[in-house]
Design a protein around this ligand. Structure first.
Ligand code: GDP
Length: 140
């Protein structure tokens, strides 16, 4: 298996809980190499662009309000099988169903305020990485 890149967001709820350090440590302990990292706040409009695939879902307005409600930390990560392995480390969308040892089990509050985003496929990873990072910002 060749190296793969994925994209993740430590969401506003987790940043507010001071979970940032713990979550970054979990990435590193699980073999992910950090290619880029930054903390920023996004606007409602930027959240709508980022989550455009969910535009027709009933929770779209609430989700984009949440994602623009405070600082987030975005990272580009690399490892073998990074996309699937990150999804596994994150745990289920609804923390009530998340396995022991996952980031959402530890830090998520509910199905919406669920601490972390991770790309769900190669195409989304490419789109999401390029939405937040320019090529020159990624480590060699
Ligand atoms: P993910 O890939 O595990 O993040 O889940 P999805 O792609 O299905 O949903 C994107 C995000 O929308 C989730 O991480 C939640 O923050 C939010 N979300 C998903 N499903 C629901 C829901 O049923 N209700 C609410 N309020 N938010 C949801």
């Amino acid at each position: 298996m060749t190296l793969q890149r994925t994209f993740t967001i430590i969401k506003p709820d987790a940043v507010k809980k001071n979970a940032t350090g713990d979550i970054i440590k979990q990435f590193q302990d699980n073999g992910f190499r950090i290619l880029a990292i930054k903390m920023l706040e996004i606007s409602k409009h930027q959240a709508e662009q980022f989550y455009a695939v969910h535009a027709s879902r009933p929770f779209f307005n609430s989700l984009t309000d949440f994602m623009s409600s405070g600082p987030i930390v975005v990272l580009a990560l690399e490892k073998e099988n990074a996309i699937a392995d990150l999804r596994k480390l994150m745990g289920a969308t609804n923390p009530a169903n998340a396995e022991e040892g996952t980031i959402r089990k530890k830090w998520a509050t509910n199905i919406e305020f669920n601490a972390i985003h991770g790309s769900d496929g190669e195409d989304t990873a490419r789109f999401e990485l390029s939405y937040f990072f320019a090529g020159y910002e990624l480590a060699k």
